[in-house]
Design a protein around this ligand. Structure first.
Ligand code: PLP
Length: 364
């Protein structure tokens, strides 16, 4: 997932209030604002300690008033999480049903918004990590814009690879992501990019001091933009800043997406060559994560497969997020198509190690 130089940036003592760290912190906020197409003064980066769920909850709490409705297209396991986060925060999720593995249709968004004027927001998972399908955040945004509503984008597994320009999408309340996916750093902090005028309009409605993005802005205005509100994971921030150096050195988002796409193609084709069945057709398959259906063989056991693979130097998730049994492989991180070829060969051998003879899925 990460380069050794990025991991090395963790191995230092840092005082979060020290001026040397404050420069690093300021750098990070500015660099991610630029990646999102944010305009200094109009948009702001809001850092929040913790994992992706925290930053998604924070966006919902900050921008959707308590008791109000947020339309969430049912893209997969991560939209399910957004639905639960909204409900438990006392907001009202309205689920837009979606056929499995299909991209969200902007016309369906528009129809759902037209049908219910009390929906204030749409929450979209841009890259649905559960299925591997990419949804068109720009087209969905246009539909939200036409309907005069607001958009929250979970771009946790998209940001830094897939395009998004907040200055061109004025319907956006927040686009959120974390340190540990396409920027290729370590977990520990999330970020939102949001319009300043919207944060000012939403002061005091989060119902949580910890998760209130408007309060993060207010604090930075009162105490200085480079002074973190509450103790940040300073080493994680330092490593993230180092990872951004490699992001820049690679040429930024477009070459990064090209590398991930090449990773995905090599891996996807390799799986087909091995006789395995990808969950998605090539047209639907996004560049971030590939799910492969479990082989229809009584010897299949995901944990045993993961262990056999690990013994061969390749580590994959020991869980899946698809409705039917599968295994999942990320195409992101500090890896290249050559690494993917090595992974394909290791999988070929690991299937043999655990005694799989029938590789295709039960119902491909
Ligand atoms: C990884 C991910 C998250 C956040 O997961 P955490 O485990 O809370 O960091 C949220 N949304 C998507 C689409 C993700 O891929």
């Amino acid at each position: 997932m990460t380069r050794p130089e990025v991991r090395a940036a963790l191995a230092q003592d840092i005082a979060p209030w020290d001026n040397a760290f404050r420069a690093v912190y300021a750098d990070v906020l500015e660099r991610v604002l630029a990646i999102a197409g944010g305009i200094p003064g109009q948009h702001v980066t809001l850092p929040l300690q913790g994992c992706g769920h925290f930053i998604v909850e924070s966006a919902i709490r900050t921008f959707v008033p308590a008791g109000r409705k947020i339309l969430i297209p049912a893209t997969g396991s991560y939209s399910d999480r957004m639905i639960r986060l909204a409900r438990e925060a006392g907001r009202v999720p309205v689920v837009l049903p979606l056929a499995p593995n299909t991209p969200v249709d902007p016309l369906a968004i528009e129809a759902a918004l037209d049908a219910d004027a009390s929906i204030s927001h749409v929450g979209l998972v841009y890259s649905e990590t559960g299925s591997g399908v990419i949804h068109d955040a720009e087209a969905v945004g246009r539909a939200v814009h036409r309907a005069g509503r607001r958009l929250i984008v979970d771009a946790v597994s998209a940001f830094g690879a897939l395009p998004f320009d907040i200055a061109q999408q004025p319907e956006t309340d927040a686009i959120v992501f974390t340190s540990n996916k396409c920027i290729e750093a370590l977990p520990g902090i999330g970020f939102a990019i949001a319009p300043v005028h919207r944060l000012r309009a939403c002061v005091g409605q989060a119902g949580s001091w910890s998760f209130d993005m408007a309060d993060i802005l207010t604090y930075s205005e009162q105490r200085g933009a480079t002074r973190p509100r509450f103790t940040p994971p300073a080493q994680v921030v330092a490593a993230f800043n180092r990872a951004l150096d490699f992001f820049d050195a690679e040429g930024g988002r477009i070459p990064r997406l090209a590398r991930y796409t090449a990773n995905m193609r090599v891996f996807y084709d390799g799986m087909v060559r091995l006789g395995l069945t990808p969950c998605l057709t090539p047209e639907r398959q996004g560049p971030i994560i590939v799910n492969i259906q479990a082989p229809d063989d009584p010897a299949w056991d995901l944990q045993r497969f993961v262990d056999a693979l690990k013994a061969r130097g390749v580590l994959i998730s020991n869980f899946f997020n698809t409705p039917d049994p599968s295994f999942r492989v990320g195409c992101i991180g500090a890896i290249t198509p050559d690494n993917m070829l090595v992974a394909v060969a290791a999988m070929d051998a690991a299937l043999g190690d655990i005694g799989i003879t029938r590789r295709e899925a039960a119902c491909p």
